[in-house]
Design a protein around this ligand. Structure first.
Ligand code: GCB
Length: 588
């Protein structure tokens, strides 16, 4: 044991022990519509730059090895400072603004059994990896900074409990995203931590959607059960549609198709139905919308009608809360998009909180959701692929029942190579295999030498997402016109990004980069061209509001902000380009 202790302290492989036990999409529970208890609130924390907690097993608290080497010497959990969870440490304390590394979070809580037989912990998101301990036991690790994970704690719970999470936001070349992105690397447990109490046998997952057969008259349901009783009958009720159906469950799985004529969900009519599923003593209840999205030639079709995606791109961030955005902030974003006459939003470049899709379901905004396969991912690294595929699976399982989500994006601006094609086409296939009710896309890089929409990945996508910055990075604007003359895409194209920096309130001539005037000028020229291209079926200009970014060092126009927003970073001020998009969408 002494040897182990020394090994842990002095051996750089200490982390492998934890990474070997990673929690994946396979342990996810569809928990919307379940009663949950919150473990949010104030947690004690310690900045652990050298990972001493993991190396010296602080989580075992009174660990004493054979040589008498003893802990605790270097910590006192309950005397540590406290910060609220969920939150990003960068905005909780100024001194941690740029901190990247491990932070140890801990709190205690009481637990009494109230008839449940199984108990799970849910973490909405921890950036980037999380190692979770309960009562001195290591329970599991999770990789991926924006998707939820679930850990069963039935055996480990006691009357008095200590939970500990080591959250590490270190950027790594092999991670998804890799070291270099164009957004701020917030750290922390920045979404809810919850306890879920369940019966011994329970409904683990369920998926309810309109069957994409073009008839709008079949609802398909699949249910997965976990526990001892894996054969039986589940029931689904949709009272408003007079649906009361039985689903046969065999070996934990069951599905059925039900004839029905639901009122269809759309941005104009975001109709949701109460859906209730039961199996033995377990009941889940949630609100679900029914819609069909498809492509036909160059058209994107919603519920049988061609649509134009009047969109805007957004990051998940606020000046005050970092990535730990509140419902009020999400609602504010959608309201601003609606004020701009949008029916659609691109949630770039990583999975935003599940609250976003829930609120979009209610408010009637179609969504593009994405995983952070961004720029120079290690496309030849199988471990990186596993991580990306896991994040994609977690996102799809999490939001499958959200009618607002119409597109899964497998990445953004990745240079074409054999490895990248293999990596991203496999992700696209995986998205299709997990979900036949949505479209698959990616924000592709264009060929800016020959001014061509050209990407071998396009063959594997339903919609070609195209980022272009003519008038800004591609300085000669006339090449945008050439691009469309040269290109003959066989699928609908959505312009996933275009834009220009403009510091709010900074004025000058249309040629003065970084002014509102220059940004507005570029927007005017862009929409004039884009509006005439028949196969361009939507836009999501970059971006709704300015965001923090360590790559943006221009002292006058940026100051560590990417200022391509149509609003200032606190959303209090609309730049002139906002009104250009508002007008363009109104006229369409
Ligand atoms: C892009 C990226 C986005 C950046 C943007 C920019 O192409 O997709 O993440 O923020 O350009 O401002 O350069």
């Amino acid at each position: 044991q002494a040897k182990n202790y020394v090994d842990q302290l002095h051996n750089e492989a200490y982390e492998d022990l934890f990474l070997a036990k990673c929690v994946t999409y396979e342990s996810m529970i569809t928990d919307y519509g379940r009663n949950k208890e919150s473990l949010n609130g104030f947690w004690n924390f310690g900045v652990d730059q050298y990972d001493t907690c993991l190396r010296a097993k602080w989580y075992e608290e009174n660990y004493v090895d054979n040589d008498g080497l003893r802990n605790p010497m270097d910590f006192s959990f309950d005397e540590w400072e406290r910060m609220p969870i969920p939150s990003c440490w960068n905005v909780q304390r100024e001194k941690y603004f740029y901190y990247e590394g491990s932070m140890v979070f801990t709190r205690t809580f009481y637990y009494e059994k109230h008839g449940e037989e199984r108990v799970f912990l849910k973490f909405g998101a921890v950036n980037y990896d999380a190692k979770v301990f309960l009562n001195k036991q290591f329970l599991g690790c999770h990789k991926g900074g924006s998707t939820p994970f679930y850990i069963e704690v039935t055996q480990e719970l006691k009357a008095n409990n200590r939970i500990m999470v080591v959250a590490n936001n270190m950027r790594k070349a092999s991670n998804v995203p890799c070291k270099n992105t164009d957004w701020f690397n917030y750290g922390g447990i920045y979404r809810n931590v919850e306890i879920i109490r369940l019966p011994g046998t329970f409904i683990k997952q369920y998926a309810v959607s309109l069957k994409p057969d073009g008839t709008f008259s079949n609802i398909q349901v699949s249910v997965e059960i976990d526990g001892a009783v894996l054969d039986g009958q589940a029931n689904i009720d949709i009272p408003e549609l007079n649906i009361h159906e039985t689903i046969q469950i065999r070996q934990g799985k069951g599905q059925c198709t039900i004839g029905a004529k639901p009122e269809l969900w759309s941005p104009e009519n975001p109709k949701l139905y109460d859906v209730i599923i039961t199996y033995m003593e377990d009941t889940v209840r949630e609100r679900i919308g029914f819609r069909e999205i498809s492509v036909q030639g160059h058209d994107i079709i919603l519920n049988g009608q061609p649509i134009y995606l009047k969109g805007i791109a957004a990051h998940e961030e606020s000046v005050l809360n970092g990535k730990a955005v509140t419902d009020a902030e999400i609602i504010e974003n959608f309201k601003l998009a609606k004020e701009m006459n949008c029916n659609y939003m691109r949630l770039a470049h990583y999975p935003h909180t599940e609250q976003a899709a829930r609120i979009a379901d209610e408010m009637g905004i179609m969504l593009w959701e994405e995983i952070p396969v961004y720029w120079a991912i290690e496309f030849n690294n199988p471990e990186t692929y596993r991580d990306a595929a896991n994040q994609l699976s977690e996102l799809i399982i999490r939001d499958y029942n959200r009618a607002s989500v119409i597109i899964w994006s497998v990445g953004n601006e990745n240079a074409d190579s054999e490895e990248r094609l293999q990596f991203m086409s496999s992700l696209a296939k995986r998205a299709k295999a997990l979900d036949e009710t949505r479209l698959v896309s990616a924000a592709c890089l264009l060929d800016h030498t020959n001014h061509l929409i050209k990407d071998r990945l396009a063959e594997h996508l339903d919609i070609i997402g195209a980022n272009q910055y003519y008038g800004w990075y591609q300085t000669d604007f006339n090449n945008l016109i050439k691009l469309f003359e040269n290109s003959k895409p066989k699928k609908p194209v959505v312009i996933t990004e275009f834009g220009a920096d403009a510091k709010a309130g900074h004025r000058g001539s249309v040629d003065d980069k970084g002014t509102e005037d220059c940004q507005a000028h570029i927007y005017k020229k862009q929409v004039q061209v884009l509006g005439q291209i028949s196969y361009v079926k939507g836009l999501s200009p970059w971006i709704l509001y300015d965001f923090r970014c360590p790559r943006r060092l221009h002292p006058v126009t940026q100051n560590y902000y990417n200022t391509k927003g149509l609003l200032s970073e606190d959303k209090s001020y609309k730049k002139p380009a906002f009104y250009i998009m508002q007008q363009f969408y109104q006229d369409r």
